[in-house]
Design a protein around this ligand. Structure first.
Ligand code: AMO
Length: 442
């Protein structure tokens, strides 16, 4: 038996016998000749079967032509035939003249989704939706991006962590917290590896990273929120300020974007009509207060009472940065202590501001980072300041009672990066299986 060849490798192969497997994409059942477009995970190829004729030139049905006529879209088949290079064939300049077909798995003829189906409908049938080469490319890009970050971390002596996702307390805010029964007590799903990545600093790990799930009981239906998402986290010791964290963060983005552009740049252009830009460093940095003034001067006043940027403010500041610096990224820095968690370090001379930042990419927040407060007495004061009970997080405070280095880090939503990189309208498009308030299936 000839070994199965991936479709993408056919064009480099000489004319002759081949075996390919894949899904039936289309069937064109013509009078004199039958065409099938077959797709596998690597590409698509045209199969051809000239119909047999009798002595009088009349078409006769044989087993092969009958099988082809009965093929439904999506059926999984293995075919044998003769590979032939022919410049006239639009699809890659090759075709396979069929000698046999084995139908391994029949597809129900009525496909439940079409190209114009709604996103929600497509998500109901995600496995069929993912057969689309565009969707397939998203996850190859994701793999390349994560691999590039991991390579950077490993080359720079970071330790990889897998922190528990079942916790005894909230890790970010008590709002947006999933509670689960845990024997005769309650547990909470981790909203972030925050506490445990900080613990690693007191444990003497120096530099750590984690790529793992995070859960938020967020009831909203925005295009950038999920109830479960993949969080990319890093945390480093011995920093002077959040500036050191931003330096790490931008180097990681350069590594990730360079790898994606190099490996998939052309395909991204062809399928998404997007030119991936590798960002230059340093990324622009603008203190939040100044960013709000810039946005105001452009005619948009951020309406939020809590001092934070809102989505339109993020879009406006990104447009300003693009026009002024030609850059797709911007660090907004020095957020007010009132809108940051208790664990962010505050400015030495101004308690109202924090050593923190948000990273905005193409107009949307993809990440939050900060220098952390490592002095336990100050940490306790900051908790009280936020109306929290320090006793409730005593296990966390212990991390800072036995010698803790200065440290900082960031958390970044993987799907947000992909959505904005590929100019997609929702993280649902770039999440393998999206989880939202009304979606637990498939
Ligand atoms: P924060 O809560 O800002 O910070 O989250 C960090 C990043 O995670 C992503 N993200 C989300 N993505 C999809 N759906 C959600 N519901 C969602 N919530 C957050 C965003 C966001 O920028 N512990 C801190 C990080 C740190 O300081 O290290 C934290 O979790 O991209």
């Amino acid at each position: 038996m000839t070994a199965r060849v991936l479709i993408k490798d056919l064009s480099a192969q000489a004319d002759g016998p081949v075996t390919v497997s894949g899904w039936v994409d289309t069937v064109r059942d013509q009078k004199k000749v039958q065409f099938v477009v077959l797709r596998d995970e690597s590409g698509a190829v045209q199969l051809v079967n000239p119909r047999k004729t009798d002595d009088e030139g009349l078409v006769v049905a044989d087993d092969l032509s009958t099988t082809i006529s009965g093929l439904s879209q999506g059926s999984f088949i293995t075919v044998t035939g003769e590979l032939k290079h022919d410049e006239r064939v639009k699809l890659g300049g090759i075709e396979v003249k069929l000698s046999g077909i084995e139908v391994l798995s029949h597809a129900i003829p009525e496909t439940p989704i079409a190209a114009d189906s709604s996103l929600d409908k497509r998500l109901d049938w995600r496995f069929l939706d993912l057969r689309n080469p565009k969707q397939n490319l998203i996850f190859r890009i994701q793999t390349t991006f994560e691999h590039a970050l991991r390579t950077y971390w490993i080359e720079h002596d970071f330790i990889e962590l897998h922190t528990p996702k079942l916790m005894a307390s909230a890790s970010e805010s008590r709002a947006e917290l999933f509670e689960v029964d845990y024997f005769d007590t309650k547990a909470y799903l981790a909203q972030s590896p925050q506490f445990f990545k900080q613990m690693a600093q007191s444990a003497g790990f120096g530099k750590i990273f984690e790529v793992g799930p995070a859960f938020r009981a967020d009831p909203s239906f925005t295009s950038r929120h999920a109830t479960e998402f993949t969080s990319i986290d890093a945390e480093i010791s011995w920093i002077d300020s959040h500036e050191d964290v931003m330096k790490l963060h931008e180097d990681l983005m350069v590594a990730g974007f360079s790898a994606v552009k190099e490996k998939h740049g052309e395909e991204i252009k062809a399928l998404f009509a997007v030119e991936v830009t590798v960002p230059t460093t340093p990324f622009p940095r603008i203190p939040l207060a100044e960013a709000k003034e810039i946005v105001k001067a452009r005619g948009y006043e951020v309406p939020r009472e809590d001092d934070d940027m809102d989505p339109e403010g993020e879009r406006q500041i990104a447009a300003y940065v693009k026009e002024t610096y030609g850059h797709e990224f911007v660090f907004l820095t020095d957020y007010a202590a009132s809108i940051r968690p208790f664990y962010h370090m505050r400015h030495e001379g101004d308690q109202s501001l924090t050593n923190s930042y948000d990273l905005i990419f193409n107009g949307t927040e993809i990440s939050t980072g900060a220098q952390r407060e490592h002095r336990v007495d100050v940490l306790i004061e900051q908790m009280k300041d936020k109306g929290m009970e320090p006793e409730e997080l005593d296990f966390y405070l212990d991390f800072f009672r036995y010698g803790a280095p200065s440290h900082g880090g960031f958390g970044m939503g993987l799907a947000r990066v992909l959505m904005l990189m590929l100019h997609q309208s929702s993280i649902r498009e770039v999440t393998y299986l999206f989880r939202g308030p009304t979606r637990l299936l498939p």
